[in-house]
Write a protein that binds this ligand. Sequence first.
Ligand code: FES
Length: 156
Amino acid sequence: MKTKVKPDKQKIKSILARYDGDAGMLVAILQDVQAEYNYLPKEALVLVGEGLDVPLSQVYSVASFFKAFSLKPRGRHLINVCLGTACHVRGAGKVLDEIQRELNIKSGETTEDLRYTLETVNCVGACALGPIVVIDGSYSGQMTGSKVKPLLESYK
Ligand code: FES
């Protein structure tokens, strides 16, 4: 993944100001940074550490402890392809292949234009409608390879 976001110093300063530079609010501050960039850019973590007078190692340990935080760039849209048994036997693998081919990324990666992040999950509780693809929390059932392109195109 080559695409990187350059954090704006002023933006980080204004996030820190919201919390009066209180190091005890580190998690909330990181949540706000992630809301801004969709992930936690390294440069932003450095600025947060400096602004709070907290060692960078401590900022990193909090950022990597919580699963909700991502240290890698994330796309604007999160695609989850269900590979649970029920979806798998109905052809989820082919749907995943088609998405990977269409976006030119593999599961766990993000497109260079930061439009999509692709992940797989094991059962999202809608087995009867499989194969299921969930984009930004919205379910599409009975997916086939030919439905992939129009579905992706509906997410700008
Ligand atoms: S296996 Fe895909 S929804 Fe259950």
